[in-house]
Design a protein. Structure first.
Ligand SMILES: [Zn+2]
Length: 484
């Protein structure tokens, strides 16, 4: 299969490509331990994209999107976007809450390396993708609705313009439509330079804000309005308050799911219209667009609610969709991580040389370009995820496909130093812990995890903890973070 013609790439999505997409939908081979499964053998265009848009939908679980098999109609626009480009089937977040995971997304470094685990200022020595592109003459823009991915923690490194406004601390976050309007205003100040724009939207984050028409679309009979900001909510969000979980009924959980889905559908609708307007511009027709999430959300899958407490699949499996000139429709089966995104974007933007034809590196991340072009992709070291929060939780995950080993300091039941082993292919919902049933695999992976963790921490930077004022502290608590 050849790459798409240059020009209005989105316009080619449709019936004409149906056969092509079906062919590309078959993974070349099952991904194995650290290996690769190639996608379509597409040729990338000789000319780099004019712009790169990185859209992060905060708290978006992969399995609540139609293009990842969800049964409810939450994401028609994202599904069409996914069908027109590359959809990575297994993308591992770097952590299960915003700050460390977004720092990894932008730097390509694992959390143990950048050290920004909780309310930390990103170290100066950290190189973000924005700094690399700015040094190459790109215009660099950011619009973020999340205080945990904002200038207060130095996420503005390398950005010419960074829109962030939390002057109204009483509201949870700006609506996705408002954030998109700010991104469009910045993009419109086009001065002819190639542009990188990171847009970080928030409605899928609790309390899952969506217009009533979208709420109505997903409200099922028998669901009960779960009160956000109530004492039950606050105590359920805090690890260790296990007893209060009994106060959350199945009708409450149904309401949470309904609200969550409505917020996805609203976000999908706003972003779908935004991308359509981009496509109508000259620059937008040669624009590389990436859509992903910083982490997912627990909806009582493993006994908890929210994020940033555990590393189970509902909080670390995120969507990764890539669409743009020369990106052929494909499903990529090889497991990848958010740490790989920066390297991939840099290489596609012509700003990162590939190493021996095997894709370039940025931080710990490996460029995924070979997976888009049928080239060689060999993961050199296992992917990891990490949670290191003072009160809410500490855990470390090592992925050696299809195995996932998770070591948790204290679990929801109050048990200490818990290890769990899951097979992501045989048990996608992570219901069967294989730790005792497979002692050999467990022992091998626990040793690998310890060695990998020690090696990463030995190369860690010192990220200084930021001092939050009482208002910032209250805002963190309103978002469910508890604060330091
Ligand atoms: Zn987040």
């Amino acid at each position: 299969m050849t790459g798409l013609a240059k020009g209005a790439w989105w316009a080619t999505c449709g019936a004409a490509l149906a056969g092509c997409m079906l062919a590309a939908a078959q993974p070349a081979r099952a991904p194995d331990d650290g290996g690769a499964a190639g996608a379509a053998g597409a040729a990338l265009p000789a000319v780099a994209p004019r712009n790169v848009l990185l859209i992060v939908i905060d708290t978006l679980r992969q399995d609540h999107l139609g293009c990842y098999g969800y049964g409810r109609p939450t994401s028609p626009h994202l599904d069409a976007f996914a069908a027109a480009g590359a959809r990575f089937q297994h993308c591992l977040a770097a952590s299960s809450w915003t700050e460390p995971s977004t720092a990894s997304l932008l730097s390509g470094l694992h959390a143990a390396r950048h050290g920004a685990h909780e309310y930390s200022v990103l170290p100066d020595e950290l190189e973000l993708i924005s700094e690399r592109l700015a040094a190459a003459g790109w215009r660099t823009l950011a619009v973020s609705g999340n205080p945990n991915a904002s200038p207060q923690f130095r996420f503005d490194q390398g950005f010419d313009q960074f829109w962030f406004d939390d002057s109204d601390k009483a509201r949870e976050y700006p609506d996705v439509s408002e954030l998109v309007a700010h991104a469009e205003a910045l993009l419109a100040q086009d001065d002819g330079r190639p542009t990188f724009c990171w847009l970080h939207v928030m409605n899928v984050h609790g309390p899952y804000v969506a217009p009533e028409a979208f709420r109505d679309r997903f409200r099922r009979p028998g669901s009960r309005d779960f009160p956000f900001q109530s004492e039950v909510w606050k105590e359920v969000m805090r690890k260790g308050e296990v007893a209060r979980r009994a106060d959350v009924t199945p009708a409450d959980v149904q309401d949470l799911e309904d609200r969550y889905d409505a917020a996805i559908a609203w976000t999908d609708d706003v972003l779908g219209r935004f991308l359509a307007r981009r496509r109508a511009t000259t620059a937008g027709q040669n624009e590389l667009v990436v859509i992903t999430a910083d982490h997912g959300e627990e909806l009582f899958d493993h006994g908890g609610f929210g994020h940033g407490f555990t590393l189970h699949r509902e909080v670390v499996d995120v969507p990764l969709l890539l669409c743009g000139p020369g990106i052929a429709p494909a499903r990529v089966a090889a497991p990848v991580g958010l740490v790989d995104v920066a390297a991939t974007l840099l290489e596609l933007a012509g700003q990162l040389p590939s190493v021996g034809g095997a894709g370039g590196r940025f931080g710990d991340g490996q460029s995924l370009v070979p997976l888009l072009t049928g080239g060689e992709f060999e993961r050199d070291l296992p992917l990891v995820a990490q949670l290191e929060r003072e009160r809410q939780g500490q855990a470390f995950l090592l992925q050696s496909w299809p195995s996932r080993l998770i070591e948790t300091r204290v679990d929801y039941a109050g048990r200490r130093d818990v290890a769990e082993l899951f097979d992501r292919v045989a048990d996608p919902a992570e219901r069967r812990d294989l730790l005792l049933a497979e002692p050999e695999r467990s022992t091998r992976l626990r040793a690998l995890l310890a060695a990998r963790r020690a090696a990463l921490e030995a190369q860690g930077m010192a990220a200084q903890r930021a001092a939050l004022d009482p208002e910032q502290q209250r805002q963190m608590e309103a978002l469910g973070y508890g604060g330091p």
